[in-house]
Design a binder for this molecule. Structure first.
Ligand SMILES: [Zn+2]
Length: 187
């Protein structure tokens, strides 16, 4: 069931470097299916396993759909152990992230990348992607290396966001404390 929680900045686990998938098992396939469902539900165009607390090199992307078009095109891609094998050019795109709430910023990346990975059958696949798809692939592969898009923007913009976000997180924590502990007895 796709009810997993998405880790959000400043959760330190988002900085973890994920381990390669050693074997594509039914659990991996089920996890990929969950991730796609979470991505469409959110909605998003990509999701990496570490964002839901699974620190393995697995990501899903679909840049062909929009959430206004519920019945529309779906072109889900599952990337197992993706690796960038070629890059070319430069592109600036306004990015957001399900793990970085309420923030968008321009990020400079390669305009075209070639990515080698495995699919869910364990077959090697090479994706040659550009523009939004290239941005999305690079963003997701960054997650597998513990890198967020806010690590790729100017220090000033980043610190402005961090300050705002920390204030909000602190307020949420205080609200929780005022409500008292969730645990009310029973073992
Ligand atoms: Zn992200």
């Amino acid at each position: 069931m796709a009810t997993r929680e998405i880790l959000k900045f400043p959760d330190p686990r988002l900085k973890q470097v994920s381990k390669p998938v050693e074997k594509i098992t039914d659990e991996i396939r089920a996890l990929a299916a969950d991730m796609l469902q979470i991505m469409y539900d959110e909605p998003g165009i990509g999701l990496a396993a570490p964002q839901i607390g699974e620190f393995i090199r697995l990501a899903v992307v679909d840049t062909d759909w929009t959430d206004e078009d519920k019945e529309g095109t779906r072109n889900p891609l599952v990337l197992v152990n993706p690796e960038i094998t070629e890059r070319e050019g430069e592109i600036t795109w306004e990015e957001g992230c399900l793990s970085v709430p309420d923030f968008l910023a321009n990020v400079k990346r390669s305009a075209r990348v070639q990515v080698r990975c495995l699919d869910l059958d364990g077959k090697e696949v090479v994706h040659d992607v550009e523009e939004l798809q290239a941005v999305c692939f690079q963003h997701e592969i960054d997650h597998l290396d513990g890198v967020l898009f806010i690590d790729r923007i100017s220090r000033l913009k980043r610190s402005m966001y961090v300050k705002k976000r920390m204030k909000l997180v602190k307020r949420e924590l205080q609200d929780e404390e005022e409500e008292g502990p969730d645990f009310t007895g029973g073992i």
